[in-house]
Design a protein around this ligand. Sequence first.
Ligand code: AQP
Length: 328
Amino acid sequence: METIFSGIQPSGTLTLGNYLGAIQQFVELQNDNDCYFCIVDEHAITVPQERLKLRSNIRSLAALYIASGIDPETSTLFVQSEVPAHTQLGWMLQSISYIGELERMTQYKDKSAGKEAISSALLTYPSLMAADILLYNTNIVPVGDDQKQHLELTRDLAGRFNNRFNDIFTIPDIRIPKVGARIMSLQEPMKKMSKSDENEKGFISMLDEPKKIEKKIKSAVTDSEGIVKYDKENKPGVSNLLTIYSSCTGESIKSLEAKYEGKGYGDFKQGVANAVIETLKPIQDRYAELINSVKLDDILDQGAEKASFTANKTVAKAKKAMGLGRVK
Ligand code: AQP
């Protein structure tokens, strides 16, 4: 049995990209592994958030995890800010992170581009993410491929700490899904689908109604060729829709290409819309039952308690290794 950790930011309502790139693999992994799934609200505040919106996004994300199939009986589901060990270890890891390596992170470059007031937390975000992972002696981190660079840094920081102080951290491996690792924006298929995209037509929210999903997919940017074929470079829009279709149904891209041979984009887009609606509908139904329940609070309380138990032990070891505090 391996230990798995992964987190998602409550920076908006989850997108189909978050579901296919992350949550879908979490559900697969939870039966045979010791899993920690986190709502990383401290990461969300690296860019400005509206207080009440953030609160409601945290709850919504917890309900979506469970509605998507995360079983709180077998997995530990919790909110990052409710386990103080995350920021404690995050600070220790910041002290061994170099500004140069943090500045090289593409997510930092993307999110800071063109902005005047950039928070220092946006730069040091990867050190906190490393802490999230290392606190639980994690072996595997399932994420979409946009997180690869952050994972490499986590491995570097763990190795650096182990060499410099004491060998206490497990070096984690990354797990990226074969299909669906990077779902792209429906409007700008060269850019990844993001929940904080200002253009709402670019993403499908997991809570979008069927009519809205259909409308967004029908207006997705494609090309004028009219051929349903996977060619990421020359046909990014169609390729993205094929990836979405295949990830939702499990049908291979080759077989989908054959199915739509000689048919126009109209039929194809309808097929994609149906596949997405069928994937999200049962999740949305379960979500509606959970979102206002007391049960959801109980699950998160228990999750925070369970996570703290392991995380506090790691923080104590890291403090000892670095010489922080007093000997008791
Ligand atoms: N488009 C995507 N395709 C596949 N996987 C994706 N993930 C995110 N977008 C896609 C995966 O979802 C998990 C949670 O991501 P996150 O919320 O922690 O941060 P993110 O990667 O920055 O996601 P967003 O939606 O783009 O959020 P914002 O807009 O707030 O920055 C990760 O495993 C990620 O790989």
